[in-house]
Design a protein around this ligand. Structure first.
Ligand code: HEM
Length: 489
């Protein structure tokens, strides 16, 4: 008994020594409990997680834009000032200690969570795969996918409100698979790949909400881990099989002679591009990690922005009317495919997408590991801790003007109404480790919406949305949108 009391006293003493604030460090969020710190805030579901993140963001913004909090033995800094966030992101290139741990079996050394040394080499190698010429090669796929969702949505016409998120998510998952792996993935493989991806992500979310499963030693005995392992096995098997098929294809025919299933010229997809770098530069394992990373980072994000955009457009009839007017002008009143030169002409649609991403920031924070002391405007972040850059706070900064909390796409049309700070918009994060797929994302979303909004009129009420935060900010499943076919109006 005495030993137990002694242990408790020692732990408490260590805790108060450990959590004492060094003079130039950010202030600590009020309400830390002995030993567990602020971890209790995060117990609960994804709705609570979003609520707590909003709370932490507002505390941070009201306390000099930098604070710290404790989750058990871990100290986290939070930063909401755009210049400070930029400084952190371009000084510390390591990701936080948890993201890699939770995803390493699937994503391994893929760009999103790889160690800084690997990331620097891979990002340099992979950057050219996202150049404009390559992206233009995907336009036929974007058009085909947009036409696919239009015909799928027919069953919902005039039926009242429905949950459009399933259609949109499935569509973006197919699109990213087609542009990453192409049709070398057969139909059965594609189905099991998509299912396994979803289950894998859900397992990670389950783990995230069970703090006791954070340590690998406990997690490996859980049923969640067993389920996740099965998914990883499928995902790796499918990716390896596509890699082998592609190797065989490359031996038999030159890339200029590749044909799709209908005999048309086949664009080079991401896996082809990574294999071309291949000769000694990336191993099969590294290619697989990068493919899974591109698929994971690329589909749910774009799908969610599109899901939110459709709700916001349906909720703001004047915005929808303006988009429709622009579409009529650019496409001359026809339902033709979107072409290369059309993308830059869809100025208002782009403003709507950017405003959607500002208003509902998809990744409300990104994590970094502070591997060296970083001096910020009013304080210093000490090496050895994790840091969350609060992108949500940056998008709600008063620099956006008195209408910061309103959805107003018009702000993007006149540079004078935008903040002067170059780091004000962080929908794709900031600094050198920002999103590599931002141009791809804008093209695929514009392509899909340019088709859907020419054909359908949306109705929605964004005030009904209840939000949750798992990996991304998402609406809790619900029926928010209804559609009318413009051909019948
Ligand atoms: C609207 C859609 C998208 C949003 C909102 C988004 C957002 C983000 C964010 C916030 C990050 C984290 C950056 C950081 O840690 O600072 C990221 C990284 C990344 N994204 Fe995206 N993304 C989108 C679409 C895409 C697409 C379509 C692809 C691929 C085709 C993609 C591939 C990646 C990759 C590979 C990374 C890791 C980059 C690195 O660490 O070098 N993303 N994205």
């Amino acid at each position: 008994m005495l030993a137990l009391v002694l242990l408790l006293v020692m732990s408490l003493l260590y805790w108060s020594w450990y959590t004492r604030r060094r003079s130039d460090e950010p202030p600590v969020l009020p309400g830390a409990w002995p030993l567990i710190g602020h971890a209790y805030l995060f117990i609960g579901d994804e709705l609570n997680f979003w609520k707590q993140l909003q709370y932490i963001t507002s505390e941070c913004m009201n306390n000099g834009h930098a604070m710290s909090y404790y989750a058990g033995p871990y100290k986290f800094y939070v930063v909401s000032d755009p210049d400070d966030a930029y400084k952190v992101s371009n000084t510390c290139f390591e990701k936080d200690q948890f993201s890699h741990e939770f995803t390493k079996e699937l994503l391994g050394d893929g760009l999103l969570f790889s160690a800084a040394s690997t990331w620097k080499r891979h990002r340099k190698l992979i950057n050219p795969s996202f150049n404009q010429q390559i992206l233009d090669g995907f336009i036929p796929i974007f058009n085909k996918q947009a036409r696919r969702i239009i015909s799928q949505l027919q069953v919902e016409v005039d039926k009242g409100s429905f949950d459009h998120s399933q259609y949109v998510r499935q569509n973006f998952m197919e699109t990213i698979c087609l542009t990453a792996l192409d049709d070398s993935i057969d139909a059965d493989e594609a189905v099991s790949y998509v299912k396994s991806f979803e289950t894998y992500m859900n397992c990670n979310i389950c783990r995230f909400h069970r703090v006791w499963l954070y340590p690998e030693q406990l997690y490996k005995f859980s049923n969640i881990k067993k389920r996740q392992d099965k998914c990883v096995e499928v995902l790796h098997r499918v990716c390896d099989s596509v890699l082998q098929k592609k190797r065989a294809q490359r031996k038999q025919t030159k890339s200029s002679e590749w044909k799709d299933k209908n005999g048309g010229a086949k664009p080079k997809v991401f896996m082809d591009l990574l294999m071309e770098l291949d000769e000694g530069q990336l191993t099969d394992r590294e290619i697989r990690d990068e493919m899974n990373t591109i698929i994971m980072a690329g589909h749910d994000t774009s799908a969610n922005v599109t899901i939110f955009a459709m709700v916001l457009i349906g909720s703001h009839p004047p915005v929808q009317a303006k988009i429709y007017e622009e579409l009529q002008e650019v496409f001359g009143g026809t339902d033709r495919d979107i072409e290369k030169q059309d993308f830059s002409r869809l100025v208002y649609l782009e403003a709507v997408l950017k405003e959607t991403m500002r208003y509902y920031v998809m990744a409300p924070f990104v994590g970094r590991y502070i591997d060296q002391d970083v001096k910020l405007k009013n304080c210093t972040l000490k090496a050895g801790n994790n840091c969350m850059l609060l992108l949500y706070g940056i998008h709600r900064n008063p620099m956006w003007g008195p209408d910061v909390n309103e959805f107003r796409p018009e702000r993007w049309l006149d540079p004078a109404t935008l903040p002067k700070n170059p780091n004000a918009f962080v929908g794709f994060s900031l600094g050198k480790r920002n999103c590599i797929g931002k141009a791809y994302a804008m093209m695929s979303m514009k392509a899909l919406l340019s088709h859907v909004l020419r054909r359908y009129r949306l109705r929605a009420d964004h005030r009904q949305l209840v939000l949750k935060l798992d990996v991304l900010l998402k609406p809790v499943t619900g029926h928010f949108v209804s559609i009318q076919d413009r051909l019948n109006i």
